[in-house]
Design a protein around this ligand. Sequence first.
Ligand SMILES: *[C@@H]1O[C@H](CO)[C@@H](O)[C@H](O)[C@H]1NC(C)=O
Ligand SMILES: *[C@@H]1O[C@H](CO)[C@@H](O)[C@H](O)[C@H]1NC(C)=O
Ligand SMILES: *[C@@H]1O[C@H](CO)[C@@H](O)[C@H](O)[C@H]1NC(C)=O
Ligand SMILES: *[C@@H]1O[C@H](CO)[C@@H](O)[C@H](O)[C@H]1NC(C)=O
Length: 380
Amino acid sequence: MPNAAFTTTLLAFLTAVSFGATTPTPRACEAPYYRYEDNVPGVYLVNFTDGYTLQQHFDTLGQTFDVTKLNTGYSANLTDDLLSEVRADCGVQFIEEDALGLSPAEDDNNIDDFSQSSGFLDRRAKQKDAPWPLVQLSASRQNPTDDTYYHVEDSGQGVDVYVLDSGINHPQDELTDDNGNDRIIDGFNYSNDLDYTDIGPAPGHGTRVASAIGGKGYGVAKSVTLYNVKFFHNGFPDTLGFVRAMQAIIRKHDARKTQSSFKGSVINMSFSLKKTLSSNKQLDLAYDAGISLVAGAGNYGYGPNHHPSTHPKVISVAGSTNGYIPWEEIGTGSNYGEKQIDLWAPGRRLPLCNRNGKLYPSVGTSFAAGYVSGILAIFY
Ligand SMILES: *[C@@H]1O[C@H](CO)[C@@H](O)[C@H](O)[C@H]1NC(C)=O
Ligand SMILES: *[C@@H]1O[C@H](CO)[C@@H](O)[C@H](O)[C@H]1NC(C)=O
Ligand SMILES: *[C@@H]1O[C@H](CO)[C@@H](O)[C@H](O)[C@H]1NC(C)=O
Ligand SMILES: *[C@@H]1O[C@H](CO)[C@@H](O)[C@H](O)[C@H]1NC(C)=O
């Protein structure tokens, strides 16, 4: 004869199992979760399988919460509990933390000290007394005796160059058109900076890059349009900001393609991003949309993988001196190596225009990449 207490316990047990009241439901899925040592705490990028929707996801979870929609899924602040729920949804392919790269302050230094005449703020197809990087870039052989930069009229007109950096200051003569109008467009902000000025751990970095790309006196393509794209998180490039910026740029590029005056787009990336699935994907998408991607090879004086420069679809630019040798310093210098580098361009003792509009001697592969972005604009 069964004991009454036992029967009650058994019944309670069976009830619990069949209704899932006290034992956890077995998980059908568990999406991979990628962690990064340096990250924005609590912020995740969630990737859906093709065709899966946010509504389906919320329905599966039985709850809704605040998200930033992405073309590959969404981003949200998740608690540990919610994170496990999200991973258990079979519509989720993977989750990754919002990884941080290095700020340009750690990437680019400006230790040069030299004086050079700044009498070349004069826009010509033949620019006399040009800064040495421009002379070298347009010369047909090494050590040219003629100090002219040969370029074409209206070089880069109709080309959009997206400068993902610390900001670009304006107005300044260096970055205007023939009528004195700005060639800088603000309007891409995925950072937490309160304005579009060139600020952060490396103030002036973005303006100098812009000056290398399209400066009237110091730069390569003197009629390009420069897009001031901000996405750093407290001064550090992060995956989420990068993904959102790239989505916006690709949309803009696709819209511009329908306009007859439009020639092409170049994205210049002057930062060290953490290599993640989500950032790699956006580089592929931008490339597929027909955008040229240029990045500095990094200023660590060595060859290990650097992101995004070593992504196979990105043109990775190393920095050379005016003597045509790799730029090297104690403890720093241009990255190098066959697997790391596509091109070398001037990268040390560079006369460029700073955020205050003044000549500023610069060093770094960032600026080498800026010159190459300018050359691509001329090709377009
Ligand atoms: C998400 O977390 C980040 C960093 O921890 C914080 O800056 C941000 O305000 C949070 N966002 C929301 C919507 O809570
Ligand atoms: C993420 O999700 C989308 C579809 O939802 C997919 O097309 C994409 O390739 C996925 N992967 C990455 C790395 O973003
Ligand atoms: C950029 O976006 C952040 C976050 O939404 C906002 O706080 C900031 O004011 C914006 N900055 C600019 C220049 O629009
Ligand atoms: C271009 O990219 C390089 C390399 O990442 C960076 O160092 C430089 O600042 C960027 N230049 C501009 C003008 O954005």
